[in-house]
Design a protein around this ligand. Structure first.
Ligand SMILES: Cc1cc2nc3c(=O)[nH]c(=O)nc-3n(C[C@H](O)[C@H](O)[C@H](O)COP(=O)(O)OP(=O)(O)OC[C@H]3O[C@@H](n4cnc5c(N)ncnc54)[C@H](O)[C@@H]3O)c2cc1C
Length: 598
């Protein structure tokens, strides 16, 4: 380890200047021709959901399938190096959305705005996320109260989608699938985790948590603590592009357009879908019509809502405001926006944690040739769940805490849009000598009462919509996060963690002091809580008679024919964990519904 303190290296780039280009696609997608073809299915968006549908629907050799993706191929090395996931943000493969200035939160962020990274590349967010493999709590799915989407039903698809590493994830035939020939998504436990995780788990156990060997095989997540399960294979990211698309592109009945922005869906007079309008990145002033019998929006929680609105499906008043002809007045489009919000508690430690120092050519070589070494870390290495108020009737946990043995730097904090002074004035000066490394504890509110919305900024499809998550509007959310932060502090003051950690929360809160503990935490939370990148709910799935429902339980958009939404946006309420694998399972489940209904 170098003698310079980690903080002094803070501005160093996260990956090498000249990224390795990874050859993995057999086809040249710029040659895809769509003229004269009427597709059976057009899927918009190649992310966690869209890639699954592309594969499953093209399994039917008599159906012609087109996948349209606004981003390009996923050949840059920072996508594939787990530890470099943060450097996938704020560049070309990120949509780089920002929320509106928040009224009740983000006081420590520039302009009180939250960065909302979203993958603009094959694999979507599954190509830029932090690879945590979590199904959520079984009760989450039962609480949706839609029989086709109960946990019992979803379990078939959680099993269908996965290949659980038999060397690291224990056999459990009821809950898990270890069959290499079937499951598309590889899942494993991190092999070279930082030893500080064990201290974290021990300290959690002393505070009433129980270590589980497999949180994805629990009847309930409440009170579980564990090392993370992750979506990697051989030390490299395993996205839905890796799992599903690489196979789909081998089929002749499957076409893929990249760098093609879907603008809106087109209908005939009977409100039956006739196709999609796209703009290619190479000629943004030109609109192109592609014919299709059925269109499936998998453009994500922001993209799918925006495309519906631009297609004339949404709240009538909003459509009229932008002079968009109304095809169907659906008041729920863009509403019901829910996201996980986490407080960022930083601790100094004397135990070396992942930092810019680890980006050596030796480590890159080790990662590239053997899939081993510190760069295989997804940064978040362990986690716990709990229900703060004892068992309420939903039976789901209300807090999840990620533990990240990672040394913060200026670049990392820029991803959160924190003001520069947070690092320069409050954190960097402390990171010296013995305690020059850090860990982050990230308590997250799982079922926030505060909800937001996505609305159009204009009728221009290339303009980002207005995103207002409305974080912390509801005081109950603040109260829960305050309790969660107090619990995290208590755990970090428990041996064996206590002797190696020094809390930095007081420094982060700057000059602000108060005797009242709850007030201190509230101020901290309203400054430093940021997104966990899990927005859902803007095209809510629900019963036909619910006026806020956008899609019915068979994923069809209400009031029109031939249009579905399948992605994270259809979750009626957010689940108790990370949202990637649940979205893959939703798409697997939907693929069967679509095939059976054709
Ligand atoms: C930084 C980050 C870290 C995360 N970490 C984790 C984690 O560790 N574990 C976890 O479980 N979840 C994580 N998530 C969340 C998870 O990845 C997402 O919930 C999930 O990927 C959403 O899937 P989706 O299919 O709904 O959307 P996406 O995966 O976003 O896919 C949407 C696709 O549609 C494309 N698209 C959008 N609009 C258009 C258009 N108009 N025309 C053409 N294409 C379009 C996009 O480019 C994208 O490829 C993270 C997310 C982020 C951003």
């Amino acid at each position: 380890m170098s003698q310079t303190s980690v903080a002094e290296q803070a501005a160093a780039p996260v990956v090498s200047e000249s990224p390795t280009v990874i050859e993995r696609w057999e086809r040249d997608f710029s040659q895809t021709k769509t003229d004269g073809i009427t597709y059976d299915y057009i899927i918009i968006g190649s992310g966690s959901a869209g890639a699954v549908l592309a594969n499953r629907l093209s399994e039917q050799s008599d159906k012609r399938v087109l996948l349209i993706e606004a981003g390009g191929v996923d050949t840059m090395d920072q996508i594939h190096i787990p530890a470099a996931f943060g450097s996938c943000q704020r560049g070309d493969i990120d949509w780089q959305y920002k929320t509106t200035p928040q009224l009740y939160s983000h006081f420590g962020c520039v302009n009180q705005q939250s960065n909302w990274p979203r993958g603009k590349v094959l694999g979507g967010c599954s190509s830029i996320n932090s690879m945590q493999y979590v199904r959520g709590d079984p009760h989450d799915y039962d609480n949706w109260q839609l029989p086709q989407w109960s946990f019992q039903e979803m379990l078939k698809y959680f099993k269908k989608l996965e290949h659980a590493d038999p060397n690291t994830i224990q056999k459990n035939e009821h809950f898990r699938n270890h069959d290499q020939d079937n499951g598309m998504m590889d899942v494993t436990m991190l092999e070279e985790a930082n030893p500080i995780n064990r201290m974290f788990i021990e300290a959690c156990e002393k505070n009433g948590f129980r270590e589980t060997k497999d949180y994805n095989a629990e009847e309930s997540l409440n009170g579980c603590v564990s090392m993370s399960q992750i979506s990697t294979k051989g030390g490299k990211r395993w996205s839905t592009a890796s799992g599903y698309l690489l196979k789909a592109v081998k089929r002749e009945n499957f076409d893929l357009l990249i760098h093609a922005h879907a603008c809106r869906v087109v209908f005939d007079e009977q409100k039956q879908v006739s196709g999609v309008i796209v703009k290619r990145s190479s000629s943004l002033d030109k609109e192109e019509f592609i014919k299709g019998k059925e269109v499936i929006l998998s453009a994500g929680t922001i993209g799918s809502a925006q495309i519906l609105l631009l297609s004339g499906i949404g709240p009538q008043e909003e459509l009229e405001k932008h002079q968009i002809p109304v095809i169907m007045d659906l008041p729920g489009v863009g509403k019901n926006l829910q996201d996980h919000l986490m407080a960022v508690l930083v601790y100094q430690t004397r135990i070396p944690t992942l930092s810019v120092h680890d980006l050596t050519s030796e480590n890159l070589q080790k990662w590239a040739t053997q899939g081993k070494g510190p760069l295989t870390s997804c940064i978040i290495e362990s986690q716990w769940w709990c229900q703060l108020n004892g068992n309420d009737k939903t039976q789901v946990p209300d807090i999840q805490t990620h533990f990240g043995p990672c040394t913060i730097d200026a670049e990392l904090l820029k991803n959160f849009n924190y003001k520069l002074e947070v690092f320069e004035h409050y954190l960097k000066p402390c990171l010296t000598d013995e305690f020059q490394w850090t860990v982050a504890c990230l308590p997250t509110i799982l079922h926030p009462k505060s909800k937001g919305e996505i609305t159009l900024a204009s009728r221009d499809p290339l303009e980002h919509p207005i995103i207002n998550p409305n974080y912390l509007e509801d005081k109950e959310d603040v109260r829960k996060l305050v309790e969660a932060c107090k619990l995290v502090e208590k755990i970090c003051q428990t041996e064996p963690l206590n002797s190696t950690l020094k809390s930095m929360v007081k420094q982060m809160n700057g000059d602000e002091t108060t005797e009242n503990v709850d007030q201190f935490w509230e101020s901290f939370i309203r400054k430093y809580s940021v997104t966990v990148y899990h927005p859902v709910g803007t095209c809510k799935m629900g019963k036909e008679e619910d006026p806020m429902t956008v899609v019915t339980p068979d994923t069809r958009v209400k009031g029109v024919r031939g249009l579905r939404v399948v992605d994270a946006s259809i979750m009626p309420s957010i689940i108790s964990g990370n949202t990637n694998i649940p979205t893959v399972a939703i798409a697997e489940r939907a693929a069967d519904l679509i095939k059976n209904n054709y």
